[in-house]
Write a protein that binds this ligand. Structure first.
Ligand code: ADP
Ligand code: MG
Length: 636
């Protein structure tokens, strides 16, 4: 990314909020002090200066770290929950009492270090979100009564005009009214190349204006922009926890009291085996330390949220850890055809005439009915007719028949424009198009009452990266399926060209949903659609991915995962990322369980000192799992 002038105007605006650095510094200083006291205590002990000064120094070490640990343990008890803070505080105090002050201080100090490590990991996640928040410039230049005014984005209303100079960040979503430029949309859509934009085009908050001067009419206020929705969703995703994570939390809630009981039992058994009270207590305390569940309690949220925040920056918005975990299990990917695999921008390839009707007549009728349609086919027919400067008569009683076409009245006469199904449902016999030498493509039949008098052949272009995305998914061992309302002929042609495993054609909208339901029976199914007419299938799929969410609110809302840009290669990339994330989670859980079980057994048998327990079983492990999780945030 080239240099960006971060504020649109230099006279106003303050950098947006940062974390409280002074508390962080005090916490760190306490940790260092605790460590220094611990070291001093050990030296004094070696110098044999006597028990009282040694105890005082170790106590100072334990209390400076315990200042944070002990209150948290007490808070836990107040909420009737025994947590790791309680376990560690108990272990430390216990060690002090049985005459092992060095160990008591070490437990507290090292546990405190692991808390600092956790904080650091959380900070990393917060930084990821913060870097999204900082994409909105603190101030923008607005044109008010002809004058340039520098104001905060929150004070801008829809309809206001923003002035965007070259090299500055765009402050709010809007439509260009004057000027032309190229815009770096990477922060929002993840696309690497700057996109040319001119009057009438949409621009997004957080993107960067390159070389042109533009004026933008604001379409969404500060808390309604695509950027602010992204931030909101990433923040919400932290609450939307994955099943694995929830299971672990539940597990650690019953785990801690059990550990406490087992430790007490080990102490009692040791006493029965004729050990001294101090020896038995030491053994029980070691077990307590080993069993602290902090390592795996912290590693999963850190892993998940850092993966989600990382994806958001590449234009893939995952609305919760649940969806990421599900995506990692993907076995089948089903695609909508029009608008997803293809551009969805159709053009008229040919018009086939029947019974001596003219091309102009057919196009006029089709465009007349389609004027009111939102369907890509409708838009294509209207555009083609306008281009040929044909008259478009007025249609009344327009009806859209989903999955079939449209009907309406022109001068009180019945007309139909749609597919084979529409005509047969109205008992209109189809004219053959074979001897007319019409090409292949999406056939739109035009009929007047019961006479089929023209056929329009439309073609769509594949998206640039469709083939690449399909072959990548197949390499990953994923079954690919195309779902379309279009005819069998068109479906075959496209399926062969892109190398997709299967296709289902001539589907009615509700049948797409049925098929997704069916596919789910044979494996975890991900559905990719353009979000507008595919909402039911998006909702039904295990994971619903909507494309082009930057441009459509509906897509952003109805999906589990939204691709800000219409780039299909993001689908295999996402599944890879999800798999990698879950692999890290599994590694961390497995490593935690193995180390805990191993050191737990050694502790119960008396082969472990408190030093080893905390160094390996607690802090060492926490450090290892966090380091493993943070690998995912590393940029490629
Ligand atoms: P898809 O998104 O897979 O194309 P649709 O359900 O939107 O599925 O459309 C299915 C089929 O119904 C289209 O291929 C077309 O033949 C017909 N159709 C739907 N709407 C229209 C329309 N407005 N004009 C003409 N044909 C239409
Ligand atoms: Mg579609």
């Amino acid at each position: 990314m080239s240099e960006v002038i971060e504020t649109s105007c230099s006279t106003c605006g303050t950098p947006s909020g940062s974390l409280d650095p002074s508390t962080k510094r005090i916490k760190l200083a306490m940790g260092i002090f605790s460590g220094v006291m611990l070291a001093t205590g050990i030296i004094l002990e070696l110098l044999n200066v006597g028990i009282v000064p040694v105890y005082i120094v170790f106590l100072a070490s334990a209390l400076s770290a315990g200042r944070y640990v002990i209150p948290m343990g007490i808070k836990g008890i107040a909420k009737r929950r025994l947590d790791q803070h309680f376990l560690m505080a108990a272990a430390s105090i216990g060690a002090m009492i049985i005459g092992a002050p060095a160990e008591g201080a070490a437990v507290m100090f090292l546990f405190y270090i692991s808390i600092l490590l956790e904080d650091r990991a959380e900070d990393r996640v917060r930084e990821e979100i913060q870097s999204l928040i900082e994409l909105e410039p603190p101030s923008v230049l607005a044109k008010i009564d002809g004058a340039e005014v520098c104001i905060a984005p929150t004070d801008v209303k829809t309809g206001d005009i923003l002035i965007i100079r070259p090299g500055t960040r765009i402050g709010l979503d809007g439509t260009i009214v004057t000027g032309a430029t190229t815009v770096d949309q990477a922060p929002i859509t993840g696309e690497s190349l700057p996109v040319p934009k001119s009057a009438g085009d949409q621009v997004f908050a957080g993107t960067i204006n390159h070389e042109g001067y533009i004026e933008v009419e604001v379409t969404s206020e500060s808390d309604e922009t695509v950027l602010s929705k992204i931030i909101q969703l990433v923040e919400e995703s932290r609450n939307n926890r994955a099943p694995t994570e929830r299971a672990i939390t539940r597990f650690s809630r019953i785990y801690t009291p059990i550990v406490l009981i087992v430790s007490i039992l080990v102490g009692i058994v040791s006493l029965l085996l004729n050990m001294t009270v101090a020896q038995a207590a030491y053994r029980a305390l070691t077990l307590l330390v080993v069993s602290c569940p902090c390592a795996f309690a912290v590693s999963i949220p850190v892993t998940m949220v850092s993966a989600i925040a990382g994806s958001a920056r590449t234009g893939v918005l995952v609305k919760g850890a649940v969806h990421l975990e599900m995506a990692s299990k993907t076995e089948i990917v089903a695609f909508d055809k029009t608008g997803t695999l293809t551009e969805g921008v159709l053009s008229v390839r040919d018009v086939c005439l029947h019974n001596n009707h003219t091309r102009g007549e057919i196009l006029s009728v089709a465009a007349s009915l389609e004027t009111m349609s939102e369907h890509p086919i409708g838009r294509a027919l209207v555009a083609a007719t306008n281009q040929e400067n044909l008259d478009i008569p007025l249609t009344t009683e327009f009806t859209a028949v989903p999955g079939r076409g449209v009907t309406g009245l022109i001068n009180e006469d019945n007309f139909l424009v749609g597919n084979r199904r529409l005509l047969s449902e109205h008992d209109v016999p189809l004219q053959s198009t074979v001897d007319h030498n019409c090409g292949v493509g999406t056939m739109v039949y035009v009929a007047h009452k019961d006479e089929h008098f023209g056929t329009i052949i439309l073609s769509d272009t594949l998206r640039e990266k469709t083939k690449q995305a399909i072959s990548h998914l197949k390499q990953m061992g994923i079954r690919t399926v195309m779902l379309t309302g279009d005819s069998e002929n068109v479906a075959i042609e496209i399926a062969e060209e892109i190398g997709i495993d299967e296709y289902r054609a001539e589907l009615l909208p509700h049948e797409k949903l049925e098929i997704v339901k069916d596919l789910k029976k044979s494996g975890v199914t991900l559905f990719v659609g353009d979000g507008i007419n595919d909402t039911p299938a998006l909702a039904e799929a295990d994971v619903g991915i909507a494309m082009g969410a930057a441009a459509s609110d509906a897509a952003l809302e109805s999906s589990d995962i939204a691709l800000m840009k219409q780039d299909l290669t993001k689908v295999p990339e996402l599944v890879m990322k999800a798999r990698k994330t879950m692999k890290v989670v599994r590694q961390n859980v497995a490593a935690s369980l193995i180390v805990k079980a191993g050191t737990g057994i050694l502790a119960a048998l008396g082969f472990l000192t408190l030093w080893m327990a905390i160094g390996i079983g607690d802090m060492g492990l926490t450090f290892a799992v966090i380091a493993n999780a943070l690998r995912l945030t590393r940029k490629k």
